[in-house]
Design a protein around this ligand. Structure first.
Ligand code: ADP
Ligand code: MG
Length: 313
């Protein structure tokens, strides 16, 4: 009997290694639990957004039956729906059949918002931008931009759609053999702006981006930050309601990055809806704007005043 007690005691006495192992295991379990909780919250939020979109879609369809087609600005002013300028409902895009680059994306952006879209390389951010511009057609879902149904718009209306969005890319895409003035004026010529107006608009826009003194310079004579400001002036000179930026600071040093971001903030405060694709976590965290995170083609979070989520933390 005494012997049995002795062995039982031995069993209950753990050595220090076991204690550490045990607490490590506990820690791991707590972490796992927290991860699961976070995931559940994200999924719940996503589910709610999808439901909301479905409800709104239904109301839209019901309204369509009774009302003649109306242009955006003549629609009744009350209600939130009128404030939405970009809307994606159940949007999917597969370049290769069965391999989605985007899957069931539901996003609503209101007039005058500033939104970051973040995610690793290859997560589908540029695909999203190209869908908005109708450079690509979605495989599933509906897209509305500035009152136009992008997914079923006729070819003849695409220029009108694209005029509602100024676009800026990582590599500036300036005309190398034209000077700053001509690069910006180019956008005005495309829409046949009268010369007198153009001569007012282009210098105004160059002043806004802080390049009034460099209107004669060629892109090769400018720094990266200056080139991106020319691209911004070109994107904005026709006064589109929306500005899309795909990795606008990807080729810039930290100082120019901050300057471009401040400029985007000012442009937004002036009323333009701004959508910025980036994977610069520092600027995202500094700016305190809405952040939509895409992972493997799926929206995994959408937060007002968000931060760049590092999923591994
Ligand atoms: P991001 O801009 O977030 O880096 P993309 O939208 O460019 O991501 O790409 C998303 C996915 O779609 C990637 O897997 C990419 O390889 C694929 N993809 C992008 N463009 C094409 C294309 N033109 N043809 C086939 N696959 C493409
Ligand atoms: Mg990209």
């Amino acid at each position: 009997m005494a012997e049995d007690d002795f062995f039982e005691d031995l069993d209950n006495t753990s050595n220090i290694g076991d204690v550490i192992k045990e607490s490590e295991e506990q820690l791991r379990q707590t972490r796992e639990l927290r991860e699961r909780e976070k995931k559940m919250i994200r999924e719940e939020r996503r589910r709610r957004m999808i439901e909301e979109t479905k409800r709104e879609k239904k109301t839209e369809e019901e309204q369509d039956v009774h009302l003649p087609p109306v242009r955006g600005k003549h629609k009744k002013k009350s209600g939130n729906e009128d404030d939405v300028i970009i809307s994606l409902n159940g949007v999917g895009k597969s370049y290769v059949k069965g391999v989605p680059a985007l899957e069931d994306v539901n996003i609503k952006i209101r007039k005058g918002e500033f939104v970051f879209i973040v995610g690793d390389s290859g997560s589908g951010k540029s695909t999203l931008i190209r869908l908005l511009l109708r450079e690509l057609k979605p495989t599933t879902g509906t897209i509305t931009v500035n009152g136009m149904r992008v997914d079923k718009i006729r070819n003849g209306k695409i220029p009108k759609l694209r005029r509602s969005m100024g676009v800026v890319f990582q590599d500036f895409k300036l005309l190398k053999d034209r000077n700053v003035y001509e690069n910006v004026a180019f956008a005005q010529r495309i829409i046949q702006t009268p010369v007198r107006e153009m001569k007012r608009n282009v210098p105004n826009m160059l002043a806004v981006v802080g390049l009034a003194g460099k209107y004669k310079a060629k892109p090769t004579e400018l720094s990266g930050g200056e080139q991106q400001r020319v691209a911004l002036a070109r994107a904005l000179v026709n006064q589109p309601p929306i500005l899309l930026c795909d990795e606008p600071t990807g080729n810039l040093d930290p100082k120019n990055t901050v300057e471009i971001m401040n400029l985007l903030d000012r442009i937004n405060k002036n009323g333009t809806t701004v959508v910025v694709v980036t994977h610069n976590d520092k600027i995202v965290n500094d700016m305190q704007k809405r952040v939509i995170t895409i992972k493997n083609g799926v929206v995994v979070s959408d937060e007002e005043m968000g931060v760049y989520l590092d999923e591994d933390n």
